[in-house]
Design a protein around this ligand. Structure first.
Ligand code: URP
Ligand code: ZN
Ligand code: ZN
Length: 513
């Protein structure tokens, strides 16, 4: 935590804050281009008590208000990362960013909220939720949870109900990969989908065929390929396409909406495209590494470099990245996450002689907003408004926290970023705020810099300095039955009425015997 530059301490509303500007609870962000997902205008935003109060041209200002000049810059909702793994126990390691360091990194990169995946503890969902809630007490920004379901029994069903009705959970992730640990069978997946639908919770899938991955790993290892490149070779896109197609079809059979996390390949993206074209409610989430990187580094002769890029589903060969970008532009895919699952080089060293033991995961929580700006907006593939939609608003809508989050509107939380399109950003492990000792975007240089991040109405990132405090991050409960569930009952009725009438056999020969 010594990396953070605390200038002074002060007390505001009984809370101790550290850092420059920490005492300012009244802010006027002046003259910027204010961008929402559906409209933009040049004007001011007035913030007080952590809430956006008013917006418009030339708002009046009093002496006790701090004015931030945003002319020539974009003023946008803070990023919401729908997919992170902080302090995650996984493959014999624990991801090296905790809820403080990971969130501090997020704030330095313009992300003001994230949704982390809480894992069950020995299959116990409630216990897992409590453990994660405790870990998150050190939070310095707002967060929510998805809950993973890794087995099926009566207790799981009961816990799901309690988590949705009393604990603010409205999404559950099912792993179709990681055989022998997190993976569920089709039967378990079906039961989970049914329960999700009943509760109005969104099922999410990690779509890779875990049985086939295990087979692929044995095959590639037996060929003498033991290094990080073996990871990509052992779980090709066809296995992601298969599991994506299977989960989409099972979701159709149950008539539930579905969210496919970390879409990494053309194969998976095309399945989502086809389902959406047929009218099925499927959400596709690409992640930054899939949009911006290719698999070439997995073949680097230096193990430390190659192992950094090991994640699942794997980062694919050139071509998949461009296709995913295009799918995002055209609306086939809806929002961008990171799957920030940071394992540093000493943790990655665990798989030095066997790629199957390399902890899976890459960094991204701090880089997402900049890389997506570069890859999608600087390239002309998306407008700033669309950028806001895929980095913030769509996530808030899907997880039912809009317009509290994901919007610059009177009454919304004052989670705001100021992006200077003419300034330059350079990404490096030597300057980032995550605890990772490497960065998969090392050396990436781009036009556009998030100069200011405001979280809960306070300036937490400014002039290249973080001003954050443990424990002020709030758990944001998420209500069930988002817009994705509207009208599902009508489709259920349509299904029932489409069934051909059953045959009356009461008078046939066998019955009368
Ligand atoms: N993706 C990855 O490699 N690690 C995190 C766990 C997961 O999301 O599957
Ligand atoms: Zn996953
Ligand atoms: Zn993940």
């Amino acid at each position: 935590d010594e990396i953070f530059d605390y200038q002074h301490r002060c007390s505001v509303d009984g809370t101790e804050w550290e850092g420059l500007g920490c005492g300012t609870t009244k802010l006027l962000i002046k003259g910027g281009t204010v961008v929402n997902a559906d409209h933009q205008f040049i004007g001011d935003i007035y913030v007080e008590d952590g809430i956006i109060q008013t917006m418009g041209p030339n708002l009046p200002v009093t002496d006790d208000v701090r004015v931030i000049d945003a002319s020539g810059k974009f003023v946008m909702p803070g990023g919401i990362d729908p997919h992170t793994h902080l302090e995650m126990p996984f493959m014999g390691q624990e991801s090296c960013d905790d809820f403080f360091s990971g969130q501090a990194a997020a704030l330095a990169g313009g992300t003001t909220m994230h949704i982390d995946f809480a894992l069950p503890s020995d299959g116990d969902l409630l216990k897992g939720f409590e453990i994660y809630s405790k870990k998150a007490k050190k939070s310095c920004t707002d967060y929510g949870f998805h809950m993973a379901v890794t087995t099926w029994n009566e207790n799981v069903a009961k816990d799901m109900e309690l988590l949705v009705k009393e604990k603010g959970i409205n999404s559950f992730k099912f792993f179709l990969a990681y055989k022998g640990s997190l993976m569920v069978t089709d039967e378990q997946l079906l039961q989970g989908f049914k329960k999700c639908k009943e509760l109005g919770a969104l099922p999410q899938v990690h779509a890779e065929n875990g049985d086939a991955v295990a087979e692929g790993q044995s095959r590639i290892f037996a060929m003498g390929i033991t290094g990080p490149e073996g990871h990509a070779l052992s779980r090709p896109p066809v296995l992601e396409g298969e599991a994506t197609a299977r989960s989409i079809r099972l979701a159709k059979f149950i008539n539930t909406p579905l969210y496919v996390v970390h879409v990494m390949s053309i194969d998976a993206m095309q399945e989502i495209s086809q389902a959406r074209q047929s009218g099925q409610r499927v959400i596709g989430e690409p992640i930054v590494s899939g949009l911006a990187l290719d698999d070439s580094k997995l073949w680097d002769a230096d193990y430390k470099i190659a192992a950094q890029y090991v994640m699942s589903p794997p980062i694919r060969s050139t071509g998949h990245d461009k296709a995913l970008q295009a799918a995002l532009s055209s609306g086939i895919l809806q929002l961008v996450g990171t799957d920030h699952a940071p394992f540093n080089s000493s943790q990655k060293a665990q798989g030095r002689h066997d790629f199957r033991a390399i902890p899976n995961g890459v960094n991204g929580i701090e880089e997402r907003m900049h890389i997506v700006w570069d890859v999608m907006v600087n390239s002309g593939k998306l407008s700033p408004r669309e950028y806001v939609r895929i980095t913030s608003t769509a996530c808030a809508q899907i997880f039912n926290i809009h317009p509290r989050k994901g919007a610059i509107l009177p009454g919304s939380d004052a989670d705001i970023i100021i992006l200077n399109p003419n300034a330059t950003t350079r990404i490096s492990a030597s300057t980032h705020h995550s605890r990772m000792d490497t960065n998969v975007y090392e050396g990436w240089t781009m036009k556009g810099n998030i100069e200011v991040t405001i979280s809960q109405g306070r300036v937490v990132w400014e002039n290249g300095r973080l001003h954050v405090k443990r424990g002020v991050g709030r758990y944001i409960p998420m209500a069930p039955f988002s817009y994705l569930f509207d009208g599902l009952d009508k489709l259920d009725l349509e299904y029932v009425s489409s069934l051909k009438a059953p045959v009356d056999r009461s008078t046939d020969a066998l019955t009368s015997i």
